[in-house]
Write a protein that binds this ligand. Structure first.
Ligand code: C2E
Ligand code: MG
Ligand code: MG
Ligand code: MG
Length: 279
């Protein structure tokens, strides 16, 4: 019975799998072309101090125009960029755009804001990564402490030694390191001590658990862990006032979320910063 069922399922699903594979291969081809034609964009989402609500930095986030005025979400194309290896070149471009942004901020007098960049595992595996980060900083005349690299737990677990070595070298150079989506991946707590970390990013899922009058045990535990390890903490995906208030109560330092600002192109970001300064 089981065997018959399997065959049945296989026959039922095979065309679907084939169709999905074709669609994904087509997407990789289009991504390669659009990247080569410089159609990708890097947007920036402000990060604020939870208490003062002053902007303290921002995260660079990829945007891929779909040609119809919309955007293909990173959750759809970043995994394909990683799978195809395209993320190595795209990620390098993201790094350079981020350094260019730091430089632009500096020119405008914003000489303390940091810019965070998401780094994927193929970038670490690619030899010369550390040097290329340093080169990008030099090219755009950026103080290294204005750049922050975000890695997820799975990146660390994939290649612990390569990642630890690279991050140690970059940390020594002055670059800051954050763990992204903290609490959602499989990780060994021992890496928290082996990695030269500055910040834990509390994943959006734990922040959204905060409803009026309800405690969020995991968010609380992560903030406590961060505080005890001497790390700064930032809440991701803060959408509502009560979530911000609760995170302040927990002792969380910073926040990033639609309550404060959405990701935006660099031109808008500059306007946003200037308007905050005027007010
Ligand atoms: P992430 O690094 O965890 O980025 C935060 C995501 O949360 C962003 O989604 C951001 O738009 C979203 N977000 C921020 N505040 C809120 C909020 O209040 N509510 C909700 N619902 N969402 C919020 P985005 O831009 O779609 O990016 C998704 C993921 O794609 C990122 O998650 C990151 O893992 C990946 N990604 C984006 N850009 C890059 C990149 O340049 N390189 C790499 N390797 N990955 C990237
Ligand atoms: Mg991130
Ligand atoms: Mg995140
Ligand atoms: Mg997240």
């Amino acid at each position: 019975r089981a065997k018959g069922k399997l065959t049945e399922n296989f026959e039922y699903f095979a065309p679907e799998i084939e169709e999905r594979t074709t669609r994904q291969l087509d997407m990789i081809r289009r991504l390669r072309t659009d990247f080569a034609e410089r159609k990708l964009e890097l947007w920036f989402q402000p990060q604020v101090d939870l208490v003062t609500e002053n902007v303290v930095g921002m995260e660079g986030l990829l945007r891929w125009p779909d040609g119809n005025g919309g955007y293909i979400p990173p959750s759809e194309f970043v995994p394909l960029a990683e799978y195809s290896g395209l993320i190595v070149d795209i990620g390098q471009w993201v790094l350079e755009e981020s350094c260019r942004c730091i430089n632009q901020l500096e020119q405008a007098g914003y000489d303390t804001l940091r810019v965070a960049v998401n780094i994927s595992i193929p970038q670490f595996r690619d030899r010369g990564f550390v040097q290329r980060v340093k080169d990008a900083l030099t090219t755009y005349n950026c103080p290294p402490n204005r750049l922050e690299l975000e890695i997820t737990e799975s990146v660390v677990m994939d290649e612990p030694q390569i990642v630890i070595d690279a991050l140690k070298a970059l940390k020594e150079h002055g670059v800051a390191i954050a763990i992204d989506d903290f609490g959602t991946g499989f990780s060994s707590m021992s890496y928290l001590q082996k990695l030269p970390l500055d910040r834990l990013k509390v994943d959006r899922s734990f922040v959204s658990d905060i409803k009026p009058g309800k405690s969020a045990v995991i968010a609380e535990t992560i903030v406590t862990l961060g505080n005890k390890l001497g790390l700064s903490t930032i809440a991701e995906g803060v959408e509502r006032r009560e979530q911000a208030s609760y995170m302040i109560k927990l002792g969380c330092d910073e926040a990033q979320g639609f309550l404060f600002a959405k990701p935006m192109p660099i031109v808008e970001l500059m306007d946003y910063l200037n308007s905050k300064q005027d007010s």
